[in-house]
Structure formats: structure tokens, C-alpha cells
Design a protein around this ligand. Structure first.
Ligand SMILES: [Zn+2]
Length: 372
């Protein structure tokens, strides 16, 4: 049986949700326990309630990955007579590590908000509230001619060469590379002590700075040379914009009443609160997982017909209603879409690496509200 170390799991997870994407002051990362241990079972959860920890104990979970931080306000004491102390105590006693990815998972490409747009079947989506502008960089790598096509594919698959709706964009120039293998070298081409001339291609491509490690590691892995030659340049060009919430369009327009039903079924909730005329037509939809009422004017400004978010306040609903923006509140708990999303992401890493780790989602219902 083969199991990854906790740090390896988190390194892979942070490619999905880099810590650098989190809002200032958010409480993210390792919160309880250690990552210096083999991970046989991972459980993904939206919230870390005491019931969720009990579930983790029964299921012999080594690592919990949660969206909502288990410790948000600093704990002054850890007393196991109250729930917050018992959660920490039970985790430590049962060697359960807790790691949180909060606003970084909201902002992440493929994170909570993107998962919500997939569930709601929105198309042509873009960011609703920009919070982070990525840098752009250029990579130039020199490869022997017969390895150029493979390298172009590898770089494209790693996320380099995206320009608008085009991927795998590169520029290629042919030339001659020279090198002299010295003592201790084990050259792919040529021999020690002899100056070698090789027909090479210089492949140039761009990539977002946030995925530099991924792109460079993929390039190094695919390069035949012992010591690949490459250059990385910073660019003045603007990189992709990341942020909270998304805005997109439905395949076909529907009434607000039909849309509210669509939200209910696609986000798996038993009720929604609706603001606006149920007969009005909606096509352009803004969505922001969690407590997003304060961003209603962004949704209005970007031309949304309806804004889907949780925890909407009475006066916010009045303001939006007076401005003619429909709202649908399916609750904060719809962020539970992250459970399947993160499970799928980690499972593909486990499968690819042929590890024996199990990745499960918590089955505890953590929505505190019920409809009567
Ligand atoms: Zn939330």
C-alpha cells in the first residue's frame, strides 16, 4: 500500500487553491494537527462541526479539508466541556489534521464559484468582483527538433500559451545549440570533451505567473536534456483577472419563478427566498457563494437580471428591489458544491500517482436552517 505524505497532498491541493488568492486576514491553511504523516483517508467538508469530527473518527480519516475555517476567531482556551474545545480536542486525540481553504477556494479557477456556475449551467462566465490580477510571464525553452512537438503539447496542457479563446500558442524559431559535455556529464546527445552542434527549436510561450511551478516542472519533465536551457521573462502585459463570484448567461431565458425552481433543484436545497417579480424574464445571472449580498450593486452594474447569493439582509433586498435587480437566496450552505469538486480534483491526483488513499465527502448535513 502506498500513501502520500500530508505535505504532498496539500502541495497538490494548493495548485487548485493557492494561498495567495485569499482575502487579507482570512484564516486559512493548516489549523489543527500535522501534515508530517501518511494520509490514508481524506474527507472533504464545508464545515467542521462536532458531528463532522465524530464522522471523521468513525471513518478513520487522517485529513479533513474544509472550506470554512474551524478556528476563525482566536481561541482563548481549549476546554473540552464546550463544543469548540471538544472539536480541537477530538481532532488531536484521534490524530485528525484539519486544513482550511476559504476565500482562496472561492476565488480559485475551478473553486466554489466556478462549481456553482457549472451546477447552475451558466455559459460565457466571467469574474463578478475582481480581487486579484495575475502576472504574465514568457518562457523560452530550447529543445532538439524531434522533441519540439511533444514539448509544445506538454506546455499547452500545463496551462501555458493561453491567449483569449486560443490555447497552445507558441512561437518557434530554428537554430543551432552548442554545448561541451564536461567531466561527470551524462549527455543525451554527444560525448564528453567534444563540442556538439545540435539542430534545436526555441519555443516561446506565455503563462500566468501563478502557475509558474506547474509549467516549469512539466517542461523539465518532458525535456530530454540533463540540463535543459530555458529563460523566464516578466512581462508588462496584463494577466488574467481572478475574483469572487461569477456572471454568465443561461442557455435559454426563463421566468424568475422557473429560475428559482432551477436554483432549488440544481443546488439541492429545499427552499429559496426570492426578491422580484416572479413573472419577469431572466437570462443573465450573477452568482456568489456564501454571504454576498453586499455585492448586489456589482451584479446590477454588470447587467445581471438576477443575483444568486446567500444570507441576504432585509434592507439589501429592498435596495436591490428598488433598482430592479431580482435576487434568489438559496442559503449559505450551497457552498457544499465544493465537496464533490475538491474530491474529484484530489481523486485524480491519487489515481494518477497510484496511491491507495481514499477521498470521501462528509455526509453530515451542516445547514443550520430548515424550512417549515
Ligand atoms: Zn462560506
Amino acid at each position: 500500500m502506498r500513501f502520500p505524505n500530508g505535505q504532498e497532498v496539500i502541495q497538490v491541493f494548493e495548485k487548485l487553491a493557492p494561498k495567495s488568492l485569499a482575502m487579507d486576514g482570512d484564516k486559512i491553511g493548516l489549523q489543527i494537527g500535522t501534515l508530517q504523516k501518511p494520509i490514508k483517508k481524506i474527507m472533504i467538508t464545508l464545515d467542521v462541526l462536532e458531528d463532522v469530527v465524530d464522522e471523521a473518527i468513525v471513518k478513520q480519516v487522517d485529513l479533513i479539508i474544509a472550506h470554512h475555517p474551524v478556528i476563525y476567531n482566536p481561541l482563548k482556551t481549549v476546554i473540552t466541556d464546550n463544543p469548540s474545545g471538544r472539536i480541537v480536542g477530538k481532532c488531536l486525540k484521534n490524530d485528525i489534521t484539519v486544513y482550511a481553504a476559504h476565500t482562496n477556494l472561492d476565488v480559485a479557477i475551478g473553486g466554489v464559484n466556478d462549481l456553482l456556475t457549472v451546477a447552475l449551467e451558466l455559459e460565457d462566465t466571467e469574474v463578478l468582483v475582481p480581487t486579484f490580477e495575475d502576472s504574465l510571464k514568457k518562457l523560452a525553452v530550447y529543445v532538439p527538433e524531434d522533441h519540439a512537438e511533444k514539448m509544445r503539447n506538454v506546455l499547452g496542457s500545463a496551462g501555458a500559451g493561453y491567449i483569449g479563446n486560443y490555447s497552445h500558442c507558441t512561437f518557434n524559431s530554428a537554430g543551432t545549440g552548442t554545448f561541451l559535455p564536461n567531466d561527470g556529464a551524462n549527455p543525451f546527445i554527444g560525448e564528453q570533451g567534444k563540442l556538439e552542434h545540435v539542430a534545436e527549436v526555441k519555443i516561446e510561450t506565455i503563462f500566468p505567473g501563478s502557475i509558474q511551478n506547474k509549467v516549469i516542472n512539466a517542461m523539465l519533465k518532458a525535456h530530454p536534456y540533463e540540463e535543459p536551457a530555458y529563460d523566464i521573462y516578466p512581462l508588462e502585459n496584463k494577466g488574467p483577472t481572478l475574483g469572487l463570484g461569477r456572471i454568465g448567461v443561461l442557455k435559454k431565458e426563463m421566468t424568475l419563478k422557473e429560475f428559482a425552481e432551477h436554483v432549488k433543484s440544481s443546488l439541492d436545497v429545499s427552499g429559496v427566498r426570492v426578491v422580484g417579480d416572479l413573472g419577469s424574464i431572466v437570462r443573465k445571472v450573477a452568482v456568489l457563494g456564501g454571504d454576498g449580498g453586499k455585492f448586489w450593486s456589482k451584479a446590477k452594474f454588470k447587467g445581471a437580471d438576477v443575483f444568486v447569493t446567500g444570507d441576504i439582509y432585509y434592507h439589501v433586498a429592498h435596495d436591490a428591489m428598488m433598482e430592479g435587480l431580482n435576487m434568489v437566496d438559496p442559503g449559505h450552505n450551497v457552498e457544499k458544491v465544493m465537496k464533490q469538486g475538491v474530491q474529484k480534483y484530489l481523486q485524480s491526483f491519487i489515481t494518477e500517482k497510484k496511491y491507495d488513499t481514499t477521498v470521501i465527502t462528509s455526509q453530515v448535513h451542516t445547514d443550520p436552517f430548515q424550512f417549515m
